[in-house]
Design a protein around this ligand. Structure first.
Ligand code: 6R9
Length: 655
């Protein structure tokens, strides 16, 4: 690909305080990273020792990428719920706080759940699931707000060996139905309603609407807001009723390391969302280890990851990572700007949060409000800041570091994906200096490479050097997804066919001469809207369902707050007229099919789309027009009808 662009990256020295008492100095990182490459088995079997296994593994990785087959710790057996909950109680730490719940309404009731409480709650949920008929291997759909019962449900599934599939509360009934059907899930756990920024989210109503299209055996409903919801006799059960009288004990099912733990649906460049499957042993070791080192976690500290449990970040760093480390994790139900723009900072001060992990889109939105809301609060408890979900622009990084961190805290910019299970590229707080905008260095066991269009390696850890290209990973790691649920061919096709023998991330990246990686964003038809992955094809499918729409093409465009916004080009059937009313219908159509997070920012009605002679839509041109870069359209000679471009530019929305 291209030569690395000239850049002016700036070093930010790691604070001296971050080196004191760190679990990983620069020298230790170098030594541990080298060992993780040279003796992967020895390294990972050793990391795995921090967990309890009912059968010790004797081998770590057993994998190949061509043909694709991935196993880790395959002869080991363990239960991740035991590791996240029971063993801390057994070790005498039952009084430690596992979860702090901060409700949407700041005047509402804070819940502090100790590890002993958590054990009791998870057992109650697990036995209730069993009473409903859930058995080992069954898929259980969880559609919950950010309340502790969401975590209880995940852990309860893990405890009894059921496979959870958490669906973000912002997804629509259509999306629920599709996911329930895709993994043949017979069970749903939901709440009556969710609360976000003072608004109620009709979770149970959405489930009811979904179940007009898909069917399940039973729905377990947790009462949260107390709102009025319909209960279908014989199918729906209130948790507080059904859990009456369940036994107070429930053994953790010993799981083989490669038994499935969860499915999480994520968008790709084609087709409907994929059910990314993670298994038990490798994921457990990966999130325990990445949590411990990325955040340099110290016992007693309060860790706050603002992600929803409906995303992988919530799975790995609200639930499984912190709890396996015996940490105290804050669960926040609300949003950053309710009741005011200081909510994050008020919450940090209220609960004396030590480690704060959020997304660039939130940082950018809060940056707009200036320093005043931040300075209203005493943030002296903070020791470390983290970012995840999309590239963080250096300006936002600096604001985060200086205004929130008072220039005194390490900032970790963690690059990873649903498919990677946990953090892959980051600086480690006590080991690395930082560069605003760069994720940093590979985590232990991670071997990133930059390849050109032909798959030739142009920079990696062995050769060193600076280059830009597509980011691939050339060896497996414990937290790697094993397959797409029910469609292994799609797994192979999506991740291993572009560059045979390597895992293709879908991201572009630059490696600089210091070995720091700079993620430049997706190189496929996936866009990242407020840190949420969205396939442009999904939005297009939703648009063309409207009977007035002939064709749709969706691209991302730079958006100040969201990172990327959704720009939709739409052509209409003959005789149909564009207008505000139709635009509103189309927006609603997308919200109904996917959810509010996929709402188009711009609808651009056009008589035609630019196509090649073979009929391929030229998205490159559409992207440029959406970006207002109409002077740099590049080669348009392969267009079937070059005039289309002028029409598009004329019709371009004034932004
Ligand atoms: C954890 C998560 C994955 C995609 C990924 C990349 C982008 C995530 C990033 C980042 C730059 C970071 N991404 N973290 N880009 N710097 N620190 O977000 O998973 O929802 O699957 O999204 O997000 O493009 O490929 P997921």
């Amino acid at each position: 690909m291209t030569e690395p662009a000239a850049h002016h990256d700036e070093w930010v020295r790691r604070p001296a305080a971050a080196e004191q008492g760190t679990n990983c100095t620069a020298a230790q990182y170098a030594e541990m990273y080298a060992r993780s490459m040279a003796d992967s088995d020895g390294f990972w079997l050793e990391q795995a020792q921090r967990l309890d296994w009912s059968r010790q593994p004797t081998k770590a990785g057993d994998w190949r990428f061509d043909p694709v087959s991935i196993e880790w710790f395959v002869d080991g057996a363990l239960n991740i719920c035991h590791n996240a909950v029971d063993r801390h109680v057994a070790a005498g730490n039952g009084d430690r706080i596992a979860l702090i719940f901060e409700p949407d309404d700041p005047a509402g009731e804070v819940r502090r759940i100790t590890y002993a409480d958590l054990q009791a709650e998870v057992i109650r949920m697990a036995n209730t699931l069993k009473k409903m008929g859930v058995a080992k291997g069954d898929r259980v759909t969880i559609y919950m707000p950010m309340v502790p019962e969401g975590a209880f449900a995940m852990l309860a599934c893990a405890r009894i060996g059921a496979v959870h599939s958490v669906i973000f509360g912002g997804f629509s009934p259509e999306a629920i139905a599709g996911r329930v059907e895709d993994c043949a899930s017979d069970w749903i756990v939901c709440a009556d309603e969710g609360l976000r920024g003072g608004k109620t989210i009709p979770l149970k109503d959405n489930v009811d609407a979904a179940l007009a299209k898909a069917s399940v055996k039973a729905v377990l409903v947790v009462r949260h807001t107390g709102g009025d919801v319909a209960m279908t006799e014989g199918r729906d059960h209130w948790y507080h009723d059904l859990s009456q009288g369940v036994p107070g004990e429930c053994p953790c099912e010993p799981m083989n390391a490669e038994d499935p733990l969860f499915i999480l649906y994520t968008s790709g460049s084609t087709g409907k969302p994929k059910g990314v499957l993670h298994t038990t042993g490798g994921y457990a070791v990966w999130v325990e280890t990445t949590f411990r080192y990325t955040f340099d976690y110290r016992p007693g500290e309060v860790f706050w990851c603002t992600a929803d449990i409906g995303w992988v970040t919530g799975h790995s760093y609200v639930v499984y990572g912190p709890l396996q480390n015996g940490a105290t994790a804050l669960m926040f139900e609300g949003v950053p700007n309710h009741p005011d723009h200081d909510r994050f900072w008020a919450t940090v001060a209220k609960h004396k949060v030590n480690i704060f992990y959020t997304a660039p889109t939130a940082i950018r939105a809060l940056m707009r409000e200036g320093a005043e809301p931040v300075n209203r609060h005493d943030l002296s408890s903070l020791r470390l800041l983290g970012s995840v979900g999309e590239p963080i622009n250096p300006e936002a990084w600096r604001w985060y570091s200086e205004t929130v961190g008072k220039g005194a805290l390490p900032v970790v910019d963690t690059w990873w994906q649903t498919e990677t299970g946990g953090v892959m590229i980051t600086t480690l707080p006590g080991a690395h200096d930082m560069k605003p905008g760069s994720a940093g260095r590979p985590f232990f066991g991670i071997s990133p490479q930059l390849v050109d269009g032909d798959g030739t390696v142009i920079a990696d850890e062995r050769t060193g050097g600076a280059a830009s290209g597509n980011l691939v990973i050339d060896r497996s790691w414990p937290g790697q997804s094993r397959t797409v649920y029910g469609d292994h061919d799609r797994f192979v096709q999506t991740y291993f066919s572009t560059y045979p023998g390597k895992y293709f991330t879908g991201d572009g990246c630059r490696r600089d001469a210091d070995g720091y990686y700079w993620i430049t964003g997706r190189v496929d038809d996936v866009i990242n809207v407020s840190g949420h992955r969205m396939g442009t094809a999904e939005v297009e499918s939703a648009l063309v369902l409207h009977d007035k729409v002939a064709e749709a093409a969706v691209v991302g465009f730079p958006h100040d707050i969201k990172g990327q916004g959704i720009y939709c080009y739409v052509t209409l059937n003959a005789g149909e007229e564009p207008g505000e009313e139709l635009a509103a219908e189309l927006r609603n159509q997308v919200r109904r099919e996917i959810g509010p997070i996929a709402s188009p920012d711009h609808l651009h009605f056009t008589p035609a789309l630019p196509k090649t002679r073979s009929g391929k839509i030229m998205r490159r041109i559409l992207r440029k027009i959406a970006e207002n870069e109409t002077g740099a359209l590049g080669d348009t000679s392969t267009l079937a009808e070059p005039g289309v471009v002028d029409t598009l530019i004329e019709g371009r929305l004034n932004r």
